[in-house]
Design a protein around this ligand. Sequence first.
Ligand code: FAD
Ligand code: DLZ
Ligand code: SF4
Length: 517
Amino acid sequence: MSDRKVRKLIVILGDQLSPEMSSLGDASVQDVVLMCEVMEEAQYVRHHPKKIAFLFSAMRHFADDLRARGLTVRYVRLEDEGNTGSFGGEVGRAVSALRPDSVVVTEPGEFRVLEMMNGWQRAFNVPVEILDDDRFLCSRSAFAAFAGGRRQLRMETFYREMRVKTGLLMEGDTPAGGRWNFDAENRKPATLDLFSQPRKGFKPDAITQEVLALVGRRFSQHFGRLEGFDFAVTRKQAETLRDRFMADHLPRFGERQDAMLSGDPVLSHSLLSFYLNAGLLDPLDLCRRAEAVYLAGDAPLNAVEGFVRQIIGWREYIRGVYWLKMPDYREMNFLEADRALPDFYWTAETRMACLRQVITETRDNAYAHHIQRLMITGNFAMLAGVRPLEIHQWYLEVYADAYEWVELPNVIGMSQFADGGFLGSKPYAAGGNYINRMSDYCEGCAYDVRKKTGKDACPFNALYWDFLARNEDKLRGNHRLGPVYAAWGRMGPEQKRETRQSARAFLAELDALPKTY
Ligand code: FAD
Ligand code: DLZ
Ligand code: SF4
């Protein structure tokens, strides 16, 4: 490696494991690919051990794929001698050792890392080219053009543009089935016929076993169980999961989207976000395959449209908002929430069965599906008034699909309404009734979902009204909340007092809990 002239040093990050990365565009034998396992990335937040194991193993497998393509890879393992522990340190070390003509990298998924990259040219005295990440269908500049000077954005408008742009589920100029959105058909409550077949994973191979030993040794103090790791770690394995989802679960994707059942952490969700976000699967390819299943008559339109909307709609929209609004977005706190994150988010020790269930699944699987994240852990944090930055950090640490570009707007905007309604039109706030309708959690709960106030009443009930009352001056003008404020207005003064007193008593108990994590 050291005797020949190196043209480009191509840097590939842990979530850039796609053969078609823009940085790999015209890669040749004259170039060197740099991949590095670094402590700074594993610990700037304390990632779930399953996420670290997944990425390290997938990175090692991807490096082997690149070598099989004839490329030279400089792969730095976590415990290799001389590992400086950071991206910047490793790029600097590689530049000194190889003296490349230039450094080439695809833009990262986090603002924090982009800032580092912007300093490399100066720090290492070498030209650095940062390319667009064209795995996304909407570039940062195209999204900025869409956003224009609007004060509020809406996903639905963006989504329609993406349908037209990609031609997905289009019949000429009109949407398949005559409607853009079939969500109204996708809200089936929790019933036992929604249970799905348990998902089969993969037995760890020798590379993964070595990584599991490393992660067990170095990251055992992080929240989350490493045991039972069975993720796909190669593109081929991820494609197997993709094909199983298309055949076995996509047809029922829509109707089960909002339901939650204790014995089934996945239902008909795809469980593909780990692989999409790390680059093992391609979003457009996934949508085209889903469309083909619909066209073949093997899945209904409401299911396929719902799935496609999540990917070319929500996923792209969320990324657009992230880059449009960073770095200020991270600090937003429209509702001025100021409570510490309750300790039970780290221990799952709470009498509230819904939170206990979702946090336990999160600890075990590094996964929870969308409604669990939004309407259980997110809803509770917002109702209780938890500081957005703290709950953001929790989400970034505990899910194996979490990278700031996708996690932050989902938390700050969608789930906490901390951006004041830039991303979504109203807060996703709900009391126990909603959770009871959409899940089987309340059956096993120490609290009574039908009771509104008092020590054994479901805490979500009083917290819901307390949240609305507490934030009335900020939220009353929101037209989508008109009916709920009207309902609050109809309550008698005694009922209001009792409700708010019940919420205050619960929150005081919460604040008195010891902090152990
Ligand atoms: P499915 O339900 O099968 O959906 C298919 C795909 O659509 C997903 O794989 C994902 O790529 C995409 N998708 C669906 N909803 C969204 C969305 N709101 N934003 C972006 N993409 C979406 N998603 C992440 O990938 N990483 C995160 O860190 C993350 N944090 C979240 C935090 C909160 C508070 C909330 C409410 C949502 C978050 N999401 C996040 C979005 C969503 O919950 C996950 O993408 C989804 O649960 C992943 O599981 P799945 O692959 O089974 O998804
Ligand atoms: C999440 C993560 C972790 C835990 N470790 C590494 C690593 O050691 N090396 C690496 O290249 N990437 C890692 N990642 C993913 C990065 O954090 C991610 O690429 C950036 O946050 C940009 O999205
Ligand atoms: Fe959650 Fe309330 Fe139902 Fe208990 S009763 S599971 S706290 S919603």
